[in-house]
Write a protein that binds this ligand. Sequence first.
Ligand code: AOS
Ligand code: ZN
Ligand code: ZN
Length: 388
Amino acid sequence: MSTLSTDQLAQLEQQAIELPSWAFGNSGTRFKVFGTPGTPRDPFEKIADAAQVHKYTALAPTVALHIPWDKVDDYGVLRKHAEDLGVGLGTINSNTFQDDAYKFGALTHEDAGVRRKAIDHHLECIDIMHATGSRDLKIWLAEGSNYPGQADMRGRQDRLQESLQEIYARLGDEQRLVLEYKFFEPAFYHTDVPDWGTSYAQVAALGDKAKVCLDTGHHAPGTNIEFIVMQLLRLGKLGSFDFNSRFYADDDLIVGAADPFQLFRIIVEVVRGGGFNSPEVAFMLDQCHNIEDKIPGQIRSVLNVQEMTARALVLDHDALREAQLSGDVLAANAVFMDAFYTDVRPALAEWRESRGLPADPMAAYAASGYQQQIAADRVGGTQAGWGA
Ligand code: AOS
Ligand code: ZN
Ligand code: ZN
């Protein structure tokens, strides 16, 4: 008998995870960027690689773009290219962290001219969203200060709201803005959007089309991330996830690699809060594959999310509720852990085959010859971001 019911499989069939275009480019640390044979040379090749992930998993129907890393002359052509390969273009990520002008801030900068430049960049991103058919504009700000006294934190918060209001006003009816928070880096003393509370305060003041983006790597060690997920869902403000995993800081490693149990706990709250398979909550990856092959790195990632989702779906909510109501601490925990320890992999493999997908997408991709083909065809692939 399968571990997963027909209803649970039907829910899993709807699961969609958005891939980041930058996961397919070379990336690294401040010490070294290792080149990988076959790295895409342009956004078209990044999308072709992302389409491979979808081909073997049916889990990744859209690709997020980063502007200007993925700048092209005609976004309609890029969109058509994606659609021809069976995927769509997703979230547009803005970038205000590479220009010298932004050394002391962008949307928060004291100088109105710098703020103008940063706001205009976001307005350009919204124009691009119309051409790509994207719903979401994702804003992550690398703004803050390194030393106490360096910056007027209060003034920066006010300017951030003013700048965001101008960007928000430009959104179309079906478009949204998601504001990502991060507690440190590149600034080390204060960050202008360090936590979910600040992101929430900023987006709540904008309106219904503004939501919070939760990057799992952007919290201090020990943070109860699933509590934040629960709270944002409760407030109707969880717009998207940037999934990845971390051992130390913002490691951007494969989701579910460092702490599968944390991923399980997060997805349990997503399901509990009505955020699973809801158009309101985008499941995205934000990862870099510095030393491993990128396409199988992304395949592994979406499979990890699928496997933890399946485990979250088998949680026996009735038994859990009964144990909670009777104050049976250990029984409640046992019900929770039973779901986590359920090995859903054989059932998922069987189910994939029944849908015409490979039982083992990793093996199928490895056997396809695509990796060898791109390594032979492409030379001089690009770095994902910094310096690209
Ligand atoms: C940065 O730490 C954030 O996670 C952003 O989402 C960023 O835009 C992304 O990592 C690409 O650099
Ligand atoms: Zn992120
Ligand atoms: Zn990050």
